[in-house]
Design a protein around this ligand. Structure first.
Ligand SMILES: Cc1cc2nc3c(=O)[nH]c(=O)nc-3n(C[C@H](O)[C@H](O)[C@H](O)COP(=O)(O)OP(=O)(O)OC[C@H]3O[C@@H](n4cnc5c(N)ncnc54)[C@H](O)[C@@H]3O)c2cc1C
Length: 478
């Protein structure tokens, strides 16, 4: 089949999947007024592959398939250059998507690579073969896929199999198996774009002990598989009437609660089944890859917010005031730290399970510095912009001839800057700094503590080396 066109991608979603949003069953996700916006956002990956200026980033002539063109996401990187190109692809796709990443291949590629790496580590030939066959299938079909890791979890401090959990289905688990495959039950939550992607790649969310072995499952199934039900969270798919209209479309995603109600998975799509010792390595392998994806796609929105801050400083005539210059300097340092770390993690890659991956210490620091300092970054932008961001009149007021002259006169800033520009910039800022976006910054791609734990674990060899140097410097003889 080869690379899919955007049209083929949309057609492929008319597959009878069971999806609900706003309390109603969706007949066709490509025409549903809300989900259609998500489909258009996910389709950017397919559009980008057709644009001559991005072709080299988005498409690889795969030597493993005799030079057949495949999505860069499904190609196994060989070196730093491959990792940097993938990073640049994610940044480019997010910029094209108005600061929203398409999510149609990127997160799935992290799960796919993690499955591959873990299969290599397990040394079980059947898992290696299944992982390779599945990768080949994705390369040849160019199907989109989500990565469903986060279980609903119930009481977080209890194990998946703990009898103290109020029911046994807080984590996806195997309830039966036969000669053809396994049957799974449970639910995953927050799964981005799953409602309009072709496949669901499912992996565990935490470490397991032997009693949890039925919960140590990883598999991939089409999103229209019998027994799969998705409940989508509401999406901001259009500007409200009070906002100034813009020419470009709104880009956004929904995230699904996915319920697996005794779903059959054929053996060739099962990548972990009871090997509880490998649940944590699989989670870990996914997380270290995914934090780099997270750091990459946060770059365009961070740059845009810095642009908003600078524009508002200039519109209000305060761009040369000393504390505002200090504020802008802080924003520049935040953005460039993120960009530098995301790129450095590709250059300083490590080999892991036979695959080069972005340096886990650096990519986790990149994601952590983005997330843990995001609210400070936002506070600075808000301080520069002033309180009007909260109290500005609506676009309808500005359209009213009885009010426009007053608004133009009294809400103007520096001479020469149209009041409308000032109001438009504040509109953009309000759209970018929603309460939801603040939560997403903290939690998407794992909580802050998850990044700190990875940094500490991955930095152990360095820490021990530094300790040795300290002992030598202190004259301590071993
Ligand atoms: C917008 C968005 C998109 C997302 N997209 C995806 C996706 O596509 N695929 C996917 O798989 N996931 C996705 N996630 C999930 C994301 O990875 C989780 O939100 C994150 O891992 C936190 O999990 P949680 O939301 O269940 O919060 P919780 O796990 O409840 O975390 C809340 C707090 O509890 C702490 N905590 C939790 N468990 C323990 C424990 N056992 N011991 C000590 N402390 C604990 C955490 O460290 C944190 O401080 C997405 C999340 C968001 C917000």
């Amino acid at each position: 089949m080869g690379l899919m066109t955007p049209k083929q991608y949309r057609e492929s979603l008319k597959d009878g999947r069971l999806v609900y949003i706003y309390g109603k069953k969706v007949e066709d996700v490509t025409t549903d007024p809300a989900l259609k916006v998500g489909v258009d956002t996910a389709a950017i990956d397919y559009e980008l592959a057709e644009m001559p200026e991005y072709r080299d980033l988005a498409v690889v002539e795969d030597p493993d398939l005799g030079g057949e063109p495949v999505s860069r996401y499904y190609y196994i990187p060989r070196n730093a250059e491959d990792l940097i190109k993938r990073h640049e692809l994610m940044v480019a796709a997010t910029r094209l998507g108005g600061c929203v990443i398409p999510f149609s291949h990127d997160i799935a590629a992290d799960a796919l690579n993690a499955i591959n790496v873990t299969a290599n580590m397990m040394g079980k030939p059947e898992y290696v073969e299944r992982a390779e066959n599945y990768r080949k299938h994705l390369k040849k079909t160019d199907l989109s896929s989500s990565a469903a890791m986060t279980d609903v979890k119930g009481n977080r401090v209890l194990r998946p199999s703990s009898p103290q959990q109020t029911h046994p289905d807080f984590y996806v688990h195997m309830v039966d198996k036969n000669k053809d495959g396994i049957i799974v039950r449970g639910a995953k939550v927050h799964i981005t774009a799953a409602a309009y992607l072709n496949e669901l790649m499912v992996i565990p969310t935490r470490n397991m002990v032997e009693e949890d072995k039925d919960y140590a499952v990883a598999f991939a199934i089409p999103a229209n598989t019998k027994g799969v039900k998705q409940i989508c969270h509401p999406m901001h798919t259009k500007l409200s009437d009070m906002e100034f209209p813009v020419d470009h479309p709104v880009r956004t995603h929904t995230d699904s609660l996915i319920i697996f109600d005794d779903v059959f998975v054929p053996w060739e799509r099962v990548f972990l089944c009871g090997e509880w010792q490998f649940a944590m390595p699989l989670v870990y392998n996914f997380a270290v890859l995914h934090r780099h994806t997270a750091a990459s796609y946060r770059i365009p929105s961070s740059e845009l917010l810095l642009g908003v801050a600078q524009a508002m400083a200039e519109y209000n005539g305060i761009e040369r005031v000393s504390h505002i210059r200090e504020h802008i300097t802080d924003l520049v340092m935040y953005v460039n730290t993120l960009k530098s770390l995301a790129r450095a993690s590709c250059i300083d890659y490590v080999m892991h399970g036979g695959i080069p991956i972005p340096n886990p210490v650096i990519s986790n620091i990149a994601k952590y510095q983005f997330a843990s300092n995001f609210h400070t970054f936002v506070k600075i932008v808000q301080d520069i912009a002033g309180g009007l961001a909260a109290t500005l009149p609506s676009y309808q007021d500005y359209q009213n001839p009885e009010l426009k002259a007053d608004i133009d006169k009294y809400l103007g800033g520096k001479a020469g800057i149209p009041t409308e520009n000032r109001l438009r910039m504040l509109n953009l800022m309000r759209r970018m700094l929603t309460y939801e976006n603040e939560i997403v910054a903290v939690h998407a791609e794992g909580s802050l503590q998850a990044q700190r734990m990875t940094v500490l674990a991955e930095a152990q060899p360095d820490i021990q080396e530094y300790k040795k140097w300290a002992e030598i410097a202190a004259g301590i003889k071993s």
